[in-house]
Design a protein around this ligand. Structure first.
Ligand SMILES: [Zn+2]
Length: 238
């Protein structure tokens, strides 16, 4: 029969208490010579036994009951540790699963304009060729030339990039921008603004291009800068 670590473990408390037969003691010692794991366990049991002995000397248990008592306590501690290990692995598995689902379905990334396959048809309806996760509008207002502009970008997640399936229609819902008289120009914002101005946070909340409290002059300067560096998706022609 092969002497396994669990057999040695069963004998270990008696070994520490010095109540093993010579044959069993040799068996344990031979195994300990070649097994680092069991040596570590032995050190743990020794230190627990020493603590319990110290407690007993302080008058908590009669000396005669001490050996059996410490063995029982050791078993209890061992069971508790096994239960804790199980609880901990369930918790870790749960967290890893949640993290994985979050990464796959909720962690938004900026979609570069070229990747969206975006186009506007003759009626001014905007379409996307690629599945997307979210339309992110960052500005709706008047620029320095007096034109009414919309600035936005699209996001996707692992799901859209790799699993293909998306329950969303591939239409960006401005209504038909061509027939909406209030809109003159639509811009797809360059990625550097999304990054530098922290427009997209890890948990999906998103900031607007113009923080509250920005002066009108500063607002026009920022909007002008974005217009010069972003993609003009649509412009009223008449
Ligand atoms: Zn071992």
């Amino acid at each position: 029969m092969k002497i396994t670590c669990s057999i040695i473990e069963d004998l270990m408390q008696q070994y520490v208490d010095g109540i093993l037969s010579d044959d069993s003691r040799r068996l344990v010692e031979d195994h300990l010579d070649s097994c680092e794991e069991c040596r570590q366990k032995l050190l743990q049991i020794r230190s627990i036994s020493e603590e319990l002995d110290a407690g007993a000397k302080a008058g908590q248990a009669p000396a005669a009951e001490q050996g059996y008592g410490s063995f029982r306590r050791f078993r209890r501690w061992f069971k508790l540790r096994r239960t804790l290990t199980i609880i901990l692995s369930v918790l870790i598995t749960f967290c890893v699963a949640c993290g994985g689902l979050f990464l796959m379905f909720d962690l938004e990334s900026y979609m570069p304009y070229q990747k969206t396959g975006m186009y506007v048809d003759k009626d001014g309806m905007m379409f996307m060729e690629q599945p997307f996760y979210m339309y992110r509008g960052v500005y709706s207002g008047v620029d320095s030339s007096g034109a009414m502009i919309e600035i936005f970008y699209m996001t996707d997640t692992f799901q859209e990039r790799h699993l293909g399936a998306s329950t969303r229609a591939h239409i960006v819902d401005f209504g038909a921008i061509g027939t909406n008289p209030s809109i003159d120009k639509v811009y797809y914002i360059a990625e550097e603004y999304v990054k530098n101005k922290h427009l997209l946070s890890l948990f999906g909340s998103h900031a607007t291009l113009i923080p509250p409290g920005t002066s009108k002059d500063e607002e026009l300067r920022i909007v002008n800068d974005v217009e010069n560096n972003s993609i003009l998706v649509w412009e009223r022609s008449e």
